[in-house]
Ligand binder design. Structure first.
Ligand code: HAM
Length: 425
C-alpha cells in the first residue's frame, strides 16, 4: 500500500458542503467592496523576504518567528506572504501608481501563511479579505475602512461584535513615548519574559502587545500612548471618533491596542467577536502613513484592514448563522442506453439551471440517492417510457411528489418546483 498523505498541520481542506459558506462570505465581501468603490488587486503569494522584514517589521513575532522562508533555486530568500499589505504597497510602487494625492481603493482576498502554533481560529494557512485606501491622510478614509469591515460582518448577520480603536501616534510623538515606556520598564526588565526583554531594546511598544500574563500585569500600569499624542495625531484621532459617531458605529477605545505589525501610524483598530475564545479578532487594521516610503516609494499615506475568513465563518457558526448551501441543482437521472438524449436535455437546461447528469449505467434507486447526496431540489427522470412519449418525470425531492411533464413544458414545471417552499435545508 502506498503512503497515506495528510494535509500539513495548520492547513485545511475545504470540502463540498463546507465550501458553500466560504463562497457566500467571499461573494458578500466582493459585493461589499464594490459597493464602497474598491477594486480588486491580486499580488503573488511569495515575495522577497526583505519586503516583509522591512514592511511588517523585524521586531514583530510575524517576522521573527512565523514566516515561511526558503531559498529558491538561485539562493534568493523568498517568503510566503504572512499578510497582504506589504505586497500591495510593493505592487503600487512598482507600477508607478503610488503617487501623492492619487487615490486608490483596493481589496484582495486569498491565502496568507504564518508558522504559528495552530489552535481554534489560528492556522498556518489562513485566508483574508483585506482592503486598503492609498493616497490620503483624511480621517474619513479611516472611517470608511471601518465601515467597510463592520458593514460586511453585520450584513452577514453577526451580532456580538466589538469594535476597538486606538491611536499609536506617529514619528513625531511615538519616539518620546517609546522612550518613556522603556524607562518605566527598565527597572522591571528581569521580570519580563525573554521575548519582551529583547523587545524592550528593539521596539518597546511591542511589549504592550505581549500575551504572557505576568507581563500583562506589568504593562497594565504603564501610561497609555493616547496621553502622549502630538496635536496633529490627537486631532486625527478625534476626527475618526467623530466620523464613527456620525456613521452610528459603536466602538470602544482600547489604549492597549498596538497591533502585531510595525507599520501602523495613528489609527489602529480591531473587530472582536465574543464567541471566538482566545483568537477573538475577526479583523484588524489601521493607518500606515510611512510604509510606502519605507519600501522605497514616495511619501504616500494609507489605511486599511484585513478580515480573517476562517474566523468569520467560526463566528457565524457559533451564532447559528452559517450560510446554508443553496439547493437549486437539478439532477438528471436516466434509463440505460439513454445517455445521448440525457446529455442533449441537460445541455438545453443548462442555459438556465444547474444540472448534474448521472454518468453511470445503473438503476433509478442509486441515481436518486445520488441526487439527494448532492442536495438537488429536483430530479428529472428520463426513462424509456418517457423518452418514447417526449416526456420527463419531474420529482420534487423535498415533497417527494412526482409527475410526468411534456418536454416542451418542462421549464415552467421546473420553475414551479424550484419556487415552491424549500422542504429541506
Ligand atoms: P492581522 O491583524 O495580522 O492584520 O490579521 C488580520 C486578521 O487575519 C486577524 O484579525 C484574523 O482574523 C486573521 N488572522 C491572522 N492570523 C491568523 C491565523 N494564523 N489564522 C487564522 N486567521 C488569522 C494584517 O494582516 C494586516 N495586513 C491588516 C491591515 C491591512 N492593516 C492595514 N491594512
Amino acid at each position: 500500500m502506498g503512503k497515506k498523505f495528510q494535509a500539513m498541520r495548520g492547513t485545511r481542506d475545504v470540502l463540498p458542503g463546507e465550501i458553500e459558506a466560504w463562497q457566500a462570505v467571499e461573494e458578500a465581501a466582493r459585493r461589499q467592496s464594490s459597493r464602497f468603490g474598491f477594486r480588486e488587486i491580486r499580488t503573488p503569494l511569495f515575495e522577497a523576504t526583505e519586503l516583509f522584514a522591512r514592511g511588517v517589521g523585524d521586531s514583530t513575532d510575524i517576522v521573527r518567528k512565523e514566516m515561511y522562508t526558503f531559498p529558491d533555486r538561485k539562493g534568493r530568500s523568498l517568503t510566503l506572504r504572512p499578510e497582504g499589505t506589504a505586497g500591495v504597497a510593493r505592487a503600487l510602487i512598482e507600477a508607478g501608481l503610488a503617487r501623492p494625492h492619487e487615490l486608490h481603493r483596493l481589496y484582495y482576498m486569498g491565502p496568507m501563511f504564518r508558522y504559528d502554533r495552530p489552535q481554534a481560529g489560528r492556522y498556518r494557512q489562513f485566508h483574508q479579505w483585506g482592503a486598503e485606501i492609498v493616497g490620503t491622510k483624511s480621517p474619513w478614509a479611516d472611517v470608511e475602512t471601518i465601515l467597510l469591515l463592520v458593514g460586511l460582518l453585520v450584513d452577514l448577520g453577526l451580532e456580538g461584535l466589538v469594535v476597538k480603536v486606538n491611536s499609536v501616534g506617529d514619528e513625531t510623538c511615538r519616539p518620546a513615548y517609546q522612550e518613556k515606556i522603556r524607562q518605566a520598564l527598565l527597572p522591571r526588565r528581569d521580570e519580563l519574559c525573554e521575548d519582551c526583554r529583547e523587545r524592550l531594546d528593539r521596539n518597546p511598544l511591542r511589549v504592550l502587545d505581549c500575551k504572557v500574563p505576568s507581563d500583562r500585569e506589568i504593562v497594565k500600569d504603564l501610561p497609555p500612548m493616547l496621553d502622549s499624542l502630538c496635536d496633529p495625531c490627537r486631532e486625527h484621532f478625534d476626527a475618526v471618533k467623530q466620523g464613527l459617531d456620525a456613521a452610528g458605529v459603536r466602538y470602544e477605545i482600547d489604549p492597549g491596542l498596538v497591533r502585531g505589525l510595525d507599520y501602523y501610524t495613528r489609527t489602529a483598530y480591531e473587530v472582536h467577536h465574543g464567541k471566538l475564545g482566545a483568537q477573538s479578532a475577526v479583523g484588524g487594521g489601521g493607518r500606515y502613513d510611512g510604509l510606502i516610503q519605507l519600501l522605497g516609494g514616495p511619501a504616500v499615506p494609507a489605511v486599511g484592514f484585513s478580515m480573517g475568513i476562517e474566523r468569520t465563518l467560526i463566528a457565524l457558526e457559533e451564532e447559528g448563522r452559517k450560510p446554508a448551501p443553496e439547493r437549486d441543482t437539478i439532477y438528471l437521472a436516466r434509463g440505460a442506453g439513454l445517455g445521448g438524449q440525457a446529455v442533449r436535455l441537460a445541455q438545453k437546461l443548462r442555459s438556465t439551471y444547474a444540472v448534474a447528469l448521472d454518468l453511470e449505467e445503473r438503476g433509478l434507486g442509486p441515481q436518486l440517492k445520488q441526487a439527494d447526496r448532492i442536495g438537488a431540489r429536483v430530479a428529472l427522470i428520463l426513462g424509456e417510457d418517457e423518452a418514447k412519449a417526449g416526456e420527463v418525470t419531474l420529482k420534487d425531492l423535498g415533497s417527494g411528489e412526482q409527475r410526468r411533464v411534456r418536454e416542451a413544458e418542462l421549464e415552467s414545471a421546473i420553475e414551479q418546483a424550484l419556487r415552491g417552499p424549500v422542504a429541506r435545508t
